[in-house]
Design a protein around this ligand. Structure first.
Ligand SMILES: [Zn+2]
Length: 137
């Protein structure tokens, strides 16, 4: 649970109203839901990937086109699983920060991430500016 006074610890962007306990509780609940959802997704993506990898073993003697398709599926599976896992790690990290009262601060520049952004992306650990730089890497 969010303790009394936790709201005042979480920064907001310029021109934004301070967080209310209710808004924080909502963001936190969303993070927790997200983690549950992503855990399921990671598990099923990895199970599927495992299946594809085991299938690959008896691919010998198959039409090369089939093998190509299987390789493509496998690569898709790998990135799907990796992607889900990354989002899961991010959400877990955001929740950890939340529990330590360090939520809402950009992990790169230390500026507030902003309430508006966090309400849309509760797992955000970077402000918009740093996120855009990160994506251009
Ligand atoms: Zn930043």
């Amino acid at each position: 649970m969010v303790g009394v006074g936790a709201a005042s610890l979480i920064p907001t962007g310029p021109g934004e109203d301070p967080w209310t306990e209710a808004e924080l509780a909502e963001v936190r609940a969303e993070l927790e839901d997200e983690i549950v959802r992503l855990r399921t997704k990671v598990a099923s993506a990895e199970a599927e990937l495992h299946e594809l990898l085991t299938e690959g073993v008896d691919a010998a003697g198959r039409d090369p086109a089939d093998v190509g398709a299987t390789n493509f599926e496998r690569d898709q599976g790998v990135s799907l699983a990796a992607n889900a896992r990354e989002l899961l790690d991010q959400s877990v990290q955001a929740l950890k920060l939340f529990n330590h009262g360090q939520y809402g601060v950009c992990e790169v520049c230390g500026q507030p991430i902003g309430k508006g952004r966090l309400q849309v992306f509760p797992r955000a650990t970077m402000c918009v500016v740093c996120k855009q730089k990160d994506e251009r890497r």
